[in-house]
Design a protein around this ligand. Structure first.
Ligand code: HEM
Length: 395
C-alpha cells in the first residue's frame, strides 16, 4: 500500500499570502504532492495533477462541506455542486454568457463604462489604479451583466463591498462569528436588492443573468437564483480587477514588450500572459470521494486537495522561464480559468472586458504611463492574488 504524501510543518499562511511563487517552484521540484499543515490540505503544484483533479469530478468533488463558503453565502452555490445539480444551475445562467449576448449586449456597455471611467482619471498625476479604475470598472460591468444596475441598483462601492464580504466570509476558516457578521450583513443587502429588482426583470425580460434565470420556462428555485448571483458577485469582480492590474504592471515593467504589443495590437496575448503569470484565482479545493493515488502517494477518501493553478501556470514541464512575464511565448495553454465542469463561466466576458476593451483604451489615453517606484506596488494573496496597490503616473 502506498504511503501518505509528506507533511510540511514549516510553510505559513503568511508566507503564502506574501509571495507563494518561490515556495511553489521548490515544491514542483521536490514535493509536488505535499500535505501542508498550515493550510490543512494536500497541495498539488504540478500542471498535470491540477488538470487531472479538475477533470475527474467523480473522484474529486467540488462539494467540500469543510469550508465556510456555504455559511458565508447562506446557500449551497453552483460552484460547490457536482453532476446534474451543478449542470442545471450553470445552464440556468448560461444565456447571459452566450457569445452573441456578450458581443451585442455587454461589450457596448463595457466600452461605454471604460470610456467614462478612463476619462475620469487625471493626467500627469500618480494614481493608485486599484481603487481609481480596476475595482470600479470590474464592479460596474458585472452589475450590468448580472442585472443589478439601474437607478435603484447597486453602486460600484456596494458591489465591491459585497464581493469582499463574501470572500472574507468564505475564507473564514476559523469560523469566527464576527467575520460571518460581515457576510451576513452583505447577504441582507443583496437579498433586498434582488427582491426589489425582481418585478422590473419580470416586466422587462432581458439578457442579464438575473433576468434570464427569473424568466426561464422552468426556473431553478429563487433561493438558488439569488445564491448564484452571489457567486458571480463573489467571483466576478476581483479576478478581472486583479488581471487588469497585473497586466498593466507586466507591460509597464517590460517596455520592449509593451511597444511590441502596441505595434501589433496584441492586447489579447497580453491578457493571456498576465493571467498565466499571476493567476487571479490561485488555488481551488476538491474533496476526495474515494481512496486514490497521485504520483504514487495515497490520497485518502475524505481528504481535501488543493489544486494550485498559480503553480501549474508556471510549471517547467510546460513553460520556459515561467516565472517571467513574456507576452510572446510559443504557446500559452494556461489553467488560470480552471478545467473541467467548473471551468470559469465568465472567461469570455473577462477576456473581452480587459483584453479588448480596457487595455487598448487605457494605453491609448495614457501612452506614456509609468510606475514611479515598483516598490510601491504591493502584491497579496494565497487564494486570490493581484496587486492591492499599484500607483501609476498617468501621462
Ligand atoms: C480574469 C478573470 C477571471 C478568472 C481568472 C477567473 C477564474 C475562475 C476559475 C479558476 C474558476 C474555477 C474555480 C474552480 O474550479 O473551483 C472560475 C469559476 C467561475 N467564474 Fe471565473 N474568473 C474570471 C472572471 C469571471 C467573471 C468576470 C465572472 C462573471 C461574470 C466569472 C464567473 C465565474 C463563475 C460563475 C464560476 C463558477 C463556475 C462553475 O462552478 O461552474 N468569472 N473562475
Amino acid at each position: 500500500m502506498s504511503t501518505l504524501a509528506p507533511l510540511d510543518e514549516t510553510i505559513t499562511l503568511e508566507q503564502l499570502d506574501r509571495d507563494p511563487y518561490p515556495i511553489y517552484r521548490r515544491l514542483r521540484t521536490e514535493t509536488p504532492v505535499l500535505r501542508v499543515k498550515s493550510v490543512g490540505r494536500t497541495l498539488l503544484t504540478k500542471a498535470e495533477d491540477t488538470k487531472y483533479v479538475k477533470d475527474t469530478p467523480e473522484i474529486f468533488s467540488s462539494n467540500d462541506p469543510n469550508t465556510p463558503m456555504k455559511r458565508a453565502f447562506q446557500a449551497h452555490t453552483l460552484m460547490r455542486k457536482d453532476g446534474e445539480a451543478h449542470k442545471r444551475e450553470r445552464m440556468a445562467m448560461a444565456p447571459a454568457f452566450a457569445p452573441k449576448v456578450i458581443m451585442n449586449d455587454w461589450m457596448p456597455r463595457y466600452q461605454q463604462i471604460a470610456e467614462e471611467y478612463v476619462a475620469r482619471l487625471p493626467r500627469g498625476e500618480v494614481v493608485d489604479l486599484f481603487p481609481a479604475l480596476a475595482g470600479p470598472y470590474a464592479a460596474r460591468g458585472l452589475a450590468v451583466l448580472l442585472g443589478l444596475d439601474g437607478p435603484d441598483g447597486a453602486t460600484d462601492d456596494q458591489m465591491q463591498y459585497w464581493s469582499q464580504a463574501l470572500i472574507t466570509g468564505a475564507g473564514n476558516f476559523g469560523w469566527k462569528e464576527d467575520i460571518f457578521a460581515i457576510s451576513d450583513h452583505a447577504n441582507i443587502e443583496m437579498n433586498a436588492l434582488m427582491d426589489l429588482l425582481q418585478d422590473r426583470h419580470r416586466a422587462n425580460p432581458n439578457n442579464s443573468a438575473l433576468s434570464v434565470m427569473l424568466n426561464a420556462d422552468d426556473p431553478i428555485e429563487t433561493s438558488q437564483i439569488y445564491s448564484n448571483i452571489k457567486i458571480a458577485i463573489g467571483g466576478g469582480i476581483n479576478e478581472p480587477r486583479d488581471a487588469l492590474n497585473t497586466i498593466i504592471y507586466g507591460l509597464l515593467t517590460n517596455p520592449d514588450q509593451l511597444e511590441e504589443v502596441k505595434r501589433n495590437a496584441d492586447w489579447d496575448k497580453a491578457f493571456e500572459e498576465g493571467v498565466r503569470w499571476v493567476a487571479p484565482i490561485q488555488a481551488s479545493a476538491r474533496l476526495v470521494l474515494e481512496d486514490t493515488e497521485i504520483r504514487g502517494y495515497h490520497i485518502p477518501k475524505g481528504d481535501t486537495v488543493m489544486t494550485i493553478q498559480a503553480s501549474a501556470c508556471r510549471d517547467e514541464d510546460l513553460y520556459e522561464n515561467g516565472e517571467d512575464f513574456i507576452v510572446y511565448r510559443d504557446k500559452n495553454q494556461h489553467q488560470a480559468f480552471g478545467n473541467g465542469p467548473h471551468f470559469c463561466q465568465g472567461t469570455h466576458v473577462a477576456r473581452r472586458a480587459v483584453g479588448q476593451v480596457m487595455l487598448p483604451l487605457l494605453f491609448d489615453r495614457f501612452p506614456d504611463m509609468s510606475i514611479p517606484d515598483i516598490n510601491d506596488v504591493i502584491w497579496r494573496g494565497f487564494g486570490f492574488r493581484g496587486p492591492v496597490q499599484i500607483p501609476v503616473l498617468l501621462n
